[in-house]
Structure formats: structure tokens, C-alpha cells
Design a protein around this ligand. Structure first.
Ligand code: AMP
Length: 416
């Protein structure tokens, strides 16, 4: 009797548990998660990493249980997606509930998208037309969108695109224009678009709780520091400047990307060192940043930090350049706050966890009245959030980012 009752409860839960799939398809990784449409609970998440189709590593976690699979005989992104959908999602969904909608993370929306949208033929064309600005991302997003349409035809009008560039569409002309011939912007859309907007907008929203202020009254500087890094100046709740540009190569020092450099370096490498454009691109995107500065030790901040206190080491040099450039941006963006900076926020793998990078950076911008509490700085990491400065300081807040949740919420807002 009790068993029957519990079984019925299970069936009712399954039928009523509408779910949202979040998909982030990239050139070397795919991230996926499943949220409840009503409770916004994350039931499943996973990541596929592949440096080649012959070495595909999949990890996922469903209702607390961790699982892992290594595949060595696939031939394309489509085949990886087939496996993820057929062997993982379909199986787990049998227990979790019914897929009701999907949210796709799109790195570059070009000039077309200022907010999240339901995907139709026009949206697909818009994402396609921004491929030249994000060749490592947008083509793979399109493959993901088409694959979901093919596997779940019922999601045709329930697929939402959430753009990493949308949050930055509020930056004014003086910030998004490059000092290049104007027709390059007018005719070809060459301007600054920014990236990581989903993360910056999430930590902006979370900051309201720490500062007890409404979003549209907040003046904050948000630092997303991870493998890719960017910083945004947010005034009255709207982004007014950000460090990434036409592509996610501009701005801060990153894991393997160079960030800001003199464009003449391209000509020098080409004309004097006989490098091809392909070689130069590879150096700027895959061999620079922390990896390049450390002399090839690692792109991973954890590896480089280990040797920081050896002052003659390449690790010391790499971290110093990283923090110096970050502090210059914080100083510059403080000018945009019109005399009232409410907080500085750290997020991303490095921002959330690196006690050293936070400390070194704040030491360089003391004039903004950041007074670090060393104990709080050491203890707020590994998923914790909180203020790491003293009560008399301008607050510095650590907030673990949650881009999937932003995407899930946008899906609900557009479809409810
Ligand atoms: P993300 O791209 O946001 O996943 O961040 C990846 C970066 O975060 C890598 O450079 C990691 O080294 C860095 N990271 C993760 N955990 C730590 C940690 N405990 N200390 C320093 N850096 C970390």
C-alpha cells in the first residue's frame, strides 16, 4: 500500500517536474546542466573536455552522484553531442522529469542582440553573422542548437539564446568605438562588444544583497578572473565599460591570451620574424598570458602561484604582470564611478579562490580605500561568498559566479 503510494508520488513528481536544459557548446568543451523550471534547482551538471575527438572526457553529477566516461573513438562534435544526449541526458531525464525548454549560452551576439531571445530563423542568422568575431565559439553554438532541435523537436519554440555580449550593449559610444576609420565600425561592425556578460550581470545582481541597495543604484567594478579574464565598470546598474573588445582577446592578462598589446607587434612578428598570421594568432591566443610570461610553466594560476615567493622565478614575474595590469584597469574604471564606488567584486576561478592575486592587486589600489582583512581573504574561497575587507573599507566582495542560473532564469522569463 505504502509502496504504491510512493510510486504514485514519484509519477506525479516526474510529470510535474518541468526541466530546463542549459547547453554551452565550445570548441574544446561542452558544459550542460538541468534546472527545474519552477524551483530553479540544479539537478544535473556535466562537462565534456576534448582536445581531440579521440580523447573525450565526460564528467557529470546527477542528484549528488558523480559519474565519468572516457571515449576514444568519436569523429565530430555532433557525435559527442549524440552521446551526451542519448547516453546521459535521456537516461537521467527518465528519473528527473520532462525537458520543457533549453537555454543556449552564446558567446558573441555581434551588434544584433541586446537581450536574451527565443531562437528562430532570424536569430540563427544573427548568430551566424557574428561567427567572424568568435570563430572558436559561435559555429559550435550553432551545431548545439541544431542538434537539440533534431533530438527534441518539441523544444522548437522553447529554445532561448543568452548572449555573453548582451550585458555590455549599454556601454556608450566613447567606450565601444576604436579610434579607427569610422567606416570600419559603420560598415563592418568593428567595435568593442565585451564578453563574460552573463557572469558580470550575475555578480551585479548578487552584490545588491551584500550592499542592501537596488541594482539600478549600484556603482561597482566587477572582475571575472579565470582562464579568460575581464573587468567591467558598472554605473547605476548598467555596464559603462569592459575590458574585452571585438573579441575576447583584448584586456587583462589571461591563462594563454595576451590581452592588451601594441598592434605593431603583429607587423614586427610578420615583417621581421617572418611569422605567418596563423602563427601570430596562435601566439596571442594560445601561448601568451600566464603561460607565456611564466616561460611555459603553466596557464593554470594554481601552478604558477606555488613559486611566487621565489622572486627571481618566472612565476613571480607572471603574477606581478597579471596583478599590475588588473590594478591599472581598476584605477581607470574608478574614474567612471563619478566619485562613488560602492564595491569591487571578484569572481571566476582565480577571483573566487586566489588569496594571493586578490591581496597583491588590492595593495596596488590602496588609494581607493580598500583595507583587506587577511583572515577573511584567506577563508572566503572554494565556493564561499562574502566581504573580504574591514568594516571601514570600501567593500571588496567575493562572489562565486553562476552563469547557468542566469541562463535558466532568462529562459523562464521568456517562456513563462
Ligand atoms: P575558470 O576559467 O573560471 O574556471 O578559472 C580557471 C582558473 O582558476 C585557472 O587559472 C585556475 O588555476 C584558477 N583557480 C582555480 N582554483 C584556484 C585556486 N585555489 N587558487 C588559484 N587559482 C585557482
Amino acid at each position: 500500500m505504502l509502496f504504491n503510494y510512493l510510486q504514485w508520488l514519484g509519477v506525479i513528481f516526474f510529470m510535474s517536474n518541468k526541466l530546463i536544459l542549459i547547453l554551452n557548446c565550445g570548441s574544446s568543451s561542452i558544459k550542460f546542466s538541468v534546472f527545474g523550471f519552477v524551483d530553479m534547482k540544479k539537478y544535473l551538471f556535466g562537462v565534456v573536455e576534448f582536445f581531440s575527438f579521440q580523447h573525450v572526457h565526460i564528467q557529470w553529477q546527477c542528484n549528488g552522484a558523480k559519474k565519468c566516461k572516457i571515449l576514444d573513438s568519436l569523429n565530430s562534435l555532433e557525435e559527442i553531442l549524440d552521446f551526451v544526449i542519448d547516453a546521459i541526458l535521456m537516461k537521467e531525464l527518465k528519473i528527473l522529469g520532462e525537458l520543457f525548454a533549453v537555454g543556449h549560452r552564446i558567446v558573441h551576439g555581434g551588434p544584433h542582440f541586446i537581450e536574451s531571445v527565443i531562437i528562430d530563423a532570424n536569430v540563427l542568422r544573427g548568430i551566424k553573422s557574428a561567427i567572424s568575431f568568435a570563430p572558436l565559439h559561435n559555429p559550435f553554438h550553432l551545431i548545439g542548437i541544431k542538434k537539440i532541435f533534431a533530438k527534441f523537436p518539441n523544444l522548437l519554440h522553447k529554445s532561448v539564446a543568452v548572449f555573453d555580449t548582451a550585458f555590455h550593449q549599454s556601454i556608450p559610444e566613447e567606450s565601444y568605438l576604436y579610434p579607427l576609420p569610422y567606416f570600419l565600425y559603420k560598415k563592418y561592425g568593428i567595435r568593442r562588444y565585451g564578453a563574460h556578460g552573463i557572469s558580470h550581470s550575475y555578480v551585479l545582481q548578487e552584490s545588491t544583497k551584500f550592499l542592501s541597495k537596488s541594482r539600478d543604484s549600484l556603482n561597482i567594478i566587477t572582475c571575472h578572473l579565470g582562464n579568460g579574464s575581464s573587468i567591467s565598470a558598472i554605473r547605476n546598474g548598467r555596464c559603462v565599460d569592459t575590458s574585452m573588445g571585438l573579441t575576447p582577446l583584448e584586456g587583462l592578462v589571461m591563462g594563454t591570451r595576451c590581452g592588451d598589446i601594441d598592434p605593431s607587434i603583429v607587423f614586427y612578428l610578420y615583417e621581421h620574424l617572418n611569422m605567418s598570421l596563423q602563427d601570430i594568432k596562435k601566439i596571442f591566443t594560445e601561448q601568451s598570458g600566464l603561460l607565456g610570461l611564466s616561460g611555459g610553466i603553466s596557464h593554470d594560476c594554481r601552478d604558477i602561484e606555488k613559486n611566487y615567493f621565489n622572486v627571481s622565478s618566472s612565476s613571480h614575474r607572471a603574477i606581478n604582470v597579471f596583478c599590475y595590469r588588473l590594478s591599472k584597469y581598476i584605477g581607470a574604471y574608478s574614474v567612471l564611478m563619478e566619485g562613488k564606488l560602492d564595491a569591487l567584486v571578484f569572481t571566476g576561478g582565480i577571483g573566487e579562490n586566489s588569496v594571493l592575486i586578490r591581496k597583491l592587486t588590492l595593495q596596488k589600489v590602496k588609494f581607493l580605500n580598500f583595507i583587506l582583512d587577511d583572515h577573511l581573504n584567506s577563508s572566503i574561497r572554494y565556493g564561499k561568498s562574502g566581504i573580504i575587507t574591514t568594516s571601514s573599507s570600501c567593500p571588496v566582495i567575493v562572489i562565486p559566479t553562476n552563469e547557468d542560473l542566469v541562463i535558466a532564469k532568462d529562459v523562464v522569463n521568456l517562456l513563462k
